[in-house]
Structure formats: structure tokens, C-alpha cells
Design a binder for this molecule. Structure first.
Ligand SMILES: Cc1cc2nc3c(=O)[nH]c(=O)nc-3n(C[C@H](O)[C@H](O)[C@H](O)COP(=O)(O)OP(=O)(O)OC[C@H]3O[C@@H](n4cnc5c(N)ncnc54)[C@H](O)[C@@H]3O)c2cc1C
Length: 379
């Protein structure tokens, strides 16, 4: 017998988080849900036990986010705070950084945002120009650059900023990661006016000679991409969880509606033109979840390279499945699909986020074309 895909513990976690999500529902208060989920240990489920976490992995964390999303109350900052920042600090931080940040990230009293995207680099993160140089006298770092679309900077105690050192300003990216506390001098933010109905906001950031102590650097200045990908693979798995949860939420609303709504003799769900696309959406969400579980399993087993490919594919599949499920759900409700009362129309924009961020559909297709299939590059 092959091992069960999901252990009894995972099923119990899924059920418990689902119950919490249903208590908060679609009109949830982000802060209240964040602190309750944290108190119950769900936000730090992936972080080491010695720092107050649950000692699990991204498999468990993705279950939490998927179930909150399926209940209509996804917490976008889970993708960033415990998944990227928590992972990077747990794997590469100094003992002091771990002591300082992990217990708070685990119990939800502290949150960290993550900033890599830049206005002139976008999908090409090799082109980022946020530059760190050392003050030769004090040993401090001085960070200068711009970031865009960074989520939750207003509610985060600090942002983990991806920069590059001055001597590595050109050529292939050798990223280095800095913890920048929210109110550091020279670190300013401007909220971007997004057409997104979400609890978390996005910001453009300016770093103008931001002075940071030597210990603001997480990990090794020369460890480069390996360190960054340690955080980005969980980010992709978590974005898949975000998308699958949202897709499931929309699909469930559509199915409920299609069972009841009757304009001819039978409920509209009896018409195959309505039923089949919903069945397809369900299949595609389930398939995406399988890939997400594979990616989480590989990552938690320490296979960073294998996890990279699987996490990209899971993010792609989940983003596509989510966009289609939401589109079909809105359509199933007819005019009601566009009312505020039924709350589905705003998911049309929200669903697109998982197709664009943190890496777009096209960049994943590029990755698979080049890395998996060995096809040549056009750029
Ligand atoms: C709601 C939201 C939250 C976000 N939160 C964060 C955050 O917290 N932290 C953070 O760092 N970033 C965040 N981002 C940024 C996100 O990761 C970027 O938007 C994303 O990486 C795409 O970059 P871009 O917007 O500059 O698009 P561009 O890179 O300009 O791409 C535009 C289009 O061109 C396509 N394209 C680009 N290059 C190629 C190519 N070589 N081949 C084929 N097609 C190509 C892309 O697929 C895309 O469709 C967030 C974005 C959104 C929308």
C-alpha cells in the first residue's frame, strides 16, 4: 500500500483550521484572525520548536493557508512572514537573529514583509539595483534603492529587503538580505492605489542611504541565490495554497447556488453547461493541490532543487485553476455574480494576483522550457 497522501495529523490540522476560518468568514477582521490563528499555533507551524514554532514544514503551513482561503479569509502575509522570512532566518540567520525574530513570527506578535520587486527590474530580478555598501568606519550597511508592490509594509515590524553589494552591482545577481525595521530613517513608503479588495496593502518603497547595523544582514554576503531560493520556494508553495483556497471558496459558493437556483424545471446545476465547468474547476484545483503537496514534500525533505521545479509548477497550476474557478463561479451566479452581496466579483481581481505574483505565469513557462525541457532562451 502506498502511504496515505495526508496523515491523520494533517487531516486534523485541516479540519481545525477550517473551523477557525468558518468562524471568521468572508467579512473577516484581519488582525483578529491573525492573532487567533497565531495563538492556536497555526502561523508558526513551520518554524523550529525551540523558537516557539510547531516544528513542521511548508506542508503544514500550506494546509493552514489553503483552509483559511477556502473559508473566505486568506491571510496574504502568511506567504511572506512565516514562509519566506521565517524560513530564511531559521535556515541562515545568526543565533541572535533567530532569538530576536522567530518567537514573534511564530506567535504572531511580530510580522515581517519581504521586498524583492523593483520598478526597473520586475520579473528580471537579476537586474535589481538596490545596493548595500559598508561604512568603512562603523561597519554599518548603507542601503539605497527602490522597491514596488511590497505587501503589508505598514503592518510589518520590519521588511526583509533583497539587495546586492556594491562590488556585485553588475553581472549575475548575488543577492543579500537585510532586515529593515519599519521606522528606520530614510526608509519611506507610499501606498499604491490597487484595485484589489484585500486586507493587505501594497507599497512603493524608497531606501535613501538607510543605515543598518552590521547584524542586519541575514546569512552570508556571498551565499547568493541558494539563500534566496530557500525563501522563494516556500513562497511559491504558499501562493499555490492561497490560490487553491480561493478557488475552492468560489467553487463552493457556485455549487451551493447551482443546486438551488431554478429558472426552468430543474436547478441550473442540472444543465451540463453549468455543471461541467464546475466539475472541471474542481478537478483542476485537486490536481494543483497534488503538485503543491509534492513541492512541499520535496522542500521539507531538504531537496531544494527538486522543490524548485515542483513549486514553480504548483504555483502555475494553482494560479490557472484559481482564475478559472473564480471566473466560472461568477458566471454561475448570473447577475448575482456581480453583486456585492454575493461577494464573488471582487475575487476576479484577487485571483489574478496568483497568476502574476510572486513570479508570473510566463516566467514559469520560461523556467520549464529552459530548465526542464532544455529549450533555448529568447532573452
Ligand atoms: C498584489 C500583489 C502583491 C505583491 N506583493 C509583493 C511583495 O510582497 N513583495 C515583492 O517583492 N513583490 C510583490 N509583488 C510583485 C510581484 O512579484 C510582481 O508584480 C511580479 O514579479 C511581476 O513583476 P512586474 O509586475 O514588474 O511585471 P513585469 O516583469 O513587467 O512583467 C509584465 C508582463 O510581461 C511578462 N514577461 C516579462 N518578462 C517576460 C519574458 N521573458 N517572457 C515572457 N513574458 C515576460 C510577464 O509575465 C507579465 O505578464 C506583488 C504583486 C502584486 C500584484
Amino acid at each position: 500500500m502506498p502511504p496515505a497522501l495526508e496523515s491523520e495529523e494533517h487531516k486534523a490540522l485541516r479540519a481545525a483550521v477550517s473551523a477557525l476560518g468558518k468562524r471568521h468568514g468572508r467579512t473577516f477582521d484581519r488582525e483578529a484572525l491573525w492573532s487567533e490563528a497565531a495563538k492556536l499555533g497555526y502561523l508558526g507551524v513551520n518554524l523550529p520548536e525551540e523558537y516557539g514554532g510547531g516544528g513542521g514544514g511548508v506542508a503544514e503551513l500550506s494546509i493552514v493557508l489553503e483552509e483559511l482561503g477556502a473559508a473566505g479569509c486568506p491571510l496574504l502575509m502568511m506567504i511572506v512572514s512565516p514562509a519566506i522570512c521565517g524560513t530564511v532566518i531559521a535556515r541562515f540567520g545568526t543565533d541572535e537573529q533567530k532569538q530576536q525574530w522567530l518567537p514573534g513570527l511564530a506567535d504572531g506578535t511580530r510580522t515581517m514583509a519581504f521586498g524583492i520587486t523593483e520598478p526597473d527590474a520586475g520579473s528580471n530580478s537579476h537586474r535589481i539595483t538596490t545596493t548595500a555598501r559598508r561604512d568603512p568606519d562603523s561597519g554599518d550597511w548603507l542601503l539605497t534603492g527602490r522597491k514596488v508592490f511590497i505587501s503589508g509594509v505598514d503592518i510589518a515590524d520590519a521588511t526583509l529587503i533583497v539587495g546586492r553589494t556594491q562590488d556585485a552591482r553588475t553581472g549575475n545577481l548575488k543577492p543579500c538580505l537585510f532586515i529593515v525595521p519599519r521606522d528606520t530613517e530614510g526608509f519611506t513608503r507610499r501606498q499604491i492605489d490597487m484595485e484589489l479588495d484585500a486586507a493587505e496593502k501594497q507599497f512603493e518603497l524608497t531606501l535613501d542611504d538607510v543605515r543598518l547595523p552590521a547584524d542586519a544582514l541575514v546569512g552570508d554576503e556571498d551565499a547568493g541565490l541558494l539563500q534566496l531560493f530557500a525563501g522563494l520556494n516556500p513562497e511559491r508553495v504558499m501562493t499555490a495554497a492561497f490560490a487553491i483556497g480561493m478557488g475552492r471558496y468560489a467553487l463552493a459558493r457556485a455549487v451551493e447556488y447551482a443546486r438551488e437556483r431554478t429558472v426552468w424545471k430543474a436547478p441550473i446545476g442540472a444543465h451540463q453547461a453549468i455543471a461541467h465547468p464546475l466539475a472541471q474547476a474542481h478537478i483542476e484545483l485537486e490536481l494543483a493541490r497534488l503538485m503543491m503537496q509534492k513541492a512541499a514534500h520535496l522542500y521539507d525533505a531538504g531537496d531544494d532543487v527538486g522543490a524548485g521545479e515542483a513549486a514553480n509548477m504548483a504555483k502555475y497550476a494553482a494560479g490557472e485553476a484559481c482564475v478559472k474557478a473564480v471566473d466560472q463561479a461568477v458566471h454561475t451566479l448570473g447577475g448575482n455574480g456581480l453583486t456585492r452581496e454575493f461577494g464573488l466579483a471582487s475575487l476576479i481581481t484577487a485571483a489574478r494576483v496568483s497568476r502574476i505574483a510572486p513570479v508570473s505565469r510566463e516566467m514559469i513557462l520560461n523556467y520549464v522550457s529552459h530548465q526542464t525541457l532544455g529549450l533555448p532562451k529568447s532573452y
